[in-house]
Design a protein around this ligand. Sequence first.
Ligand code: F3S
Length: 753
Amino acid sequence: LDRKVKQNNWEEGNYINYKKMSENLAIVRARLNRPLAYAEKILYSHLDDPHGQEIERGVSYLKLRPDRVACQDATAQMAILQFMSAGMPSVANPTTVHCDHLIEAQVGGEKDLPRAIDINKEVYDFLGSACAKYNIGFWKPGSGIIHQILLENYAFPGGLLIGTDSHTPNAGGLGMCAIGVGGADAVDVMANLPWELKAPKVIGVKLTGKLSGWTAPKDVILKVAGILTVKGGTGAIVEYFGPGVDSLSATGMGTICNMGAEIGATTSVFPFNDRMYDYLKATKRTEIGDFARSYAKELRQDDGAEYDQLIEINLSELEPHINGPFTPDLATPISKFAEAAKKNGWPEEVKVGLIGSCTNSSYEDMSRAASIARDALNHGIKSKALFTVTPGSEQIRATIARDGQLQTFEEFGGVVLANACGPCIGQWDRQDVKKGEANSIISSYNRNFTGRNDGNPATHSFVTSPDLTVALAIAGRLSFNPLTDTLKDKDGNDFKLAEPSGDGLPLNGYDPGQDTYQAPPKDRSTVSVQVSPTSDRLQVLSPFNAWDGKDATDLPILIKAQGKTTTDHISMAGPWLKYRGHLDNISNNMLIGAINAANGEANKIQNVTTGEWDAVPAVARDYKAKGIRWVVIGDWNYGEGSSREHAALEPRHLGGLAIITRSFARIHETNLKKQGMLPLTFSDPADYDRINPDDKVDILATELAVGKPITLRVHPKNGESYDIKLSHTFNESQIEWFKNGSALNTMAKKAKN
Ligand code: F3S
């Protein structure tokens, strides 16, 4: 294990550290003294402190040291802006950025890509120059979808990766523990803070039998989603094992792990096997495959590993499935699908079939799909539905262009879109139906929530394998079952589609296609990050001020929020997403969804300095301009929802000091601490009711110490002042964050010393 094997073919100096991992694991093993699941092995071998870390599945918070970070272009903007504000010369851990989310599908990749490059120029220029400056690998627009690029280039067995996108688990197809996170977590790892994760439970899925015929790897996860539902994987890693695993290709395993995000799982993972070795070899990483073989004992579960829940699936009996509409866990086997469609009144005509996306665009997927399209063409028919293909990467596109699958799709009537997310993330200028018109579409994607693909809430979106997507696109109707039903050829004769077939890996190797990677230059000192001062989408962040060391007195309550206050209420999504790289602009949505306890209304609060009623961000800005810091009073589970870091950045930016609630959602609480704010809770939750929106408060911040409450002195408008106790969960290092103004300031200070 002493060998120096590079993590990938793009970077120098970043090695796979199986030696350290096995040492860490030995320490944890001696402590736990029980067989471990594979997912546990990966996590525990990346512990920051394997000796001292408390480990209880579903209970403890693990401090981890991931091997890599990956960001997509929408989430990378704020992550990098924050990282920049720390003033560090380069990222502390290997990081890549991938331009895939901002490319809209209109007429096909050839025209759509240059248009997107034009529209998003300032974002791409910013990301490209920031990546060059801070030693980050930059995958330009057109390179492909983040998860496909990670699988092709960066994933390795036993590694731990975090990515700012929910389908990051795709890399589980190469035995990597790859976890989707918010931007704040990515920033931590870029700045060398340990990354925290609640020790996941482990759900075991034992696969027996062998896949064949129309059944594809996708059907495994479609079936699992049906069993576990969209919530069933929450707080757990799904770990596949058993003799059936070897009948799946590495990319097929990637598909299964990818869509594990749909059941809420932390991630999904497969044990290292020969199929992964073959894929590593095909993608020019034989050395990694050999290295993994030397560590293979730890790249699978221990005998007798215990799972919190166990599911068994016999692949030989697994039927192809179609899931949806509107939710990915409504799983229907193909034999029952026509009946279900009829019973539920799902629109019979299939308007569009869409294959590709990060979920299903491997060489194998494309080859099998093309074999079905070719079969149809041989019978003189084409796709009845509109048909689109999004290659997952430039490498896939170039390889299927060379080997002919792409031409088959075009002959079949398909439109080849850019190597990007496109319709999967709603970047789709769909023209064939009007908004509001009920219609059915079918795709090989992973997510089919209402309106996701085309913004039309009446679109019934179904997800399935690429194979069934093509078959139903040919038939043009939901009631077609290719396993049993016939189609008419061009002369009106009945025929049955042949079962799909295709190579898992290209016989002539992959064609890399165009060079779409930008490596950081050797000399980065002269690179300057490009942000236009007049941009409304991007804004350089300045570090937040350090604490002045004093108690804060006479603070107004900006808003006393009542009831549910989620991250959506605090920092709304939708049209605001455009500004996620511009803190000042996006701050205009701060708390506009929160309900004011004073009047039961949203976004209407009283400015205590003027007596006027105004919007929340406007009042906060007025206080800020007057040099007045303020607090928010919140109810139970304040900040539940997403890990969106903007919900913590905005109040900090507009001059908030503390958020005082009955309780917090944990991630939001940590995000507030990271930004140098004080998340505090009423030691007696009933005290929430004693506070009036027009009270003033003092926060005795000088009392802040681990495990001790601090005092809130309340000055009611009419009446006697009184003291109440506030609790907090700050530990030693987090108190430093507060004192220095933010976690990033703290890291920057450390880096300088
Ligand atoms: Fe992109 Fe859709 Fe995947 S948005 S990352 S292709 S799930």
